[in-house]
Design a binder for this molecule. Structure first.
Ligand SMILES: Cc1cc2nc3c(=O)[nH]c(=O)nc-3n(C[C@H](O)[C@H](O)[C@H](O)COP(=O)(O)OP(=O)(O)OC[C@H]3O[C@@H](n4cnc5c(N)ncnc54)[C@H](O)[C@@H]3O)c2cc1C
Ligand code: SF4
Length: 330
């Protein structure tokens, strides 16, 4: 492990200035991903700027009826917050479906969004990997890829984003705010993660050295009836092989509004807009749910060992939407 410096930042401008002055520095949230990668030599920062003392640890009403979640709010605090549980239940469920109690007590919202892929070639510094070493190749395409992407991948990288939280945030149109030495900025989650293309090492649209300061959830009455369902290879303490965040508003048996996002199928949380379009105004029944899932998944390009994900995501979507529709009919 490379020797590194450690600095505990006291204010946002100081934290941002430290990163601007040293391109080899990294922000440290809970450290549950970054420190693991440092131990294996995948990440080799010269300095860590700890952000946990920054005043970014609140969950507050946003001016327009939404919620603003500070970047250093822990996963446990987020999942337990009464307004999150009442107004965006799928978000609380997604967070609770991730990692373990101990990890959630440490992990932060900013760090969760920026956690790296669990692709085994990426996390093994002795292997080629376009994401870690641009131009070195993607051994996953011919190798182990049973939990890799079926949507939005490229010939340069087929890794999936591992966040559960991000899937619910995508369904609810979250906006990520950040601070740089040049001032503040904001990115809708839909634009936050970059398409893979031939630059899988460039993962987000954040400017270099940007500090994530928070995430804003716009008001979304539909989110009050929402659910997150995750499928994994073990019952707990495992990343998703497929997940769905869904919210549904039904009137007289017809879908008035629907939100759908998929996890563990792409390099980013995948907002299923084709499915949403297909379902809006359609009957709230299993046939329409399946047709909507098919509309989204027709773009899937599976590899030999992950084609199961297409069927999995179809069935998961139908199951979750059916539960929400039954709940609405009660
Ligand atoms: C065994 C295990 C199982 C797990 N299972 C799951 C799971 O099922 N689902 C899931 O979603 N996650 C899972 N996780 C991942 C865990 O949720 C992430 O490690 C965690 O959310 C990262 O948050 P952190 O604050 O610890 O980030 P860190 O490790 O501190 O940082 C991660 C990255 O974010 C950057 N960063 C941190 N904060 C900021 C900021 N404010 N602004 C800019 N950059 C920042 C860091 O520089 C680093 O690049 C698991 C982790 C482990 C170890
Ligand atoms: S899928 Fe992406 S992360 Fe995995 S080996 Fe290929 S380039 Fe690297």
């Amino acid at each position: 492990m490379r020797e590194f410096g450690y600095h505990r930042a006291a204010d946002v401008s100081g934290a941002v200035a430290l990163l601007a002055a040293d391109p080899d520095a990294r922000f440290l949230g809970g450290g549950t991903n970054l420190v693991d990668l440092m131990k294996t030599g995948v990440e080799r920062p010269a300095r860590l700027v700890d952000v946990r003392d920054l005043p970014l640890d609140r969950i507050e009403p946003a001016g327009d009826g939404g919620l603003r979640i500070g970047a250093t709010v822990t996963n446990s605090e987020l999942a337990a917050h009464p307004e999150v549980r009442r107004r965006y239940p799928a978000l609380a469920q997604a967070v609770l479906a991730g990692a373990s109690g101990q990890l959630r007590n440490m992990a932060t919202v900013g760090g969760n969004l920026l956690q790296r892929t669990r692709c085994g070639y990426f996390t093994d510094a002795s292997k080629p990997c376009n994401k870690r070493v641009p131009g070195s190749g993607c051994p996953a395409i011919e190798g182990v890829h049973h939990n890799h992407a079926v949507l939005g991948a490229s010939a340069h990288c087929v890794a999936v984003h591992p966040s559960d939280m991000g899937v619910a945030l995508a369904a609810f149109d979250a906006v990520v705010s950040y601070e740089t030495a040049d001032g503040p900025g904001a990115l809708p989650l839909a634009d936050f993660y970059l398409p893979v293309g031939d630059t899988p090492h460039r993962e987000t649209a954040l400017p270099p050295g940007a500090l994530i300061t928070g995430v804003t959830l716009p008001p979304a009455p539909v989110a009050a009836r929402s659910r997150y369902r995750k499928v994994r290879e073990r019952a707990s303490y495992a990343f998703a092989i497929g997940s769905v965040a869904a919210a549904l508003d039904v009137a007289d048996g017809v879908v008035r509004e629907v939100r759908l996002a998929f996890g563990a199928v792409a390099s980013r949380p995948w907002r299923a807009r084709a499915a949403e379009r297909a379902l809006t105004g359609a009957p709230a029944d299993a046939d329409a749910f399946a047709a909507a899932a098919d509309a989204e998944l027709s773009a899937a390009r599976p590899l030999p060992d992950n084609a199961y994900k297409v069927t999995l995501m179809r069935n998961l979507t139908v199951a979750v939407l059916t539960e929400l529709a039954e709940e609405a009919a009660r």
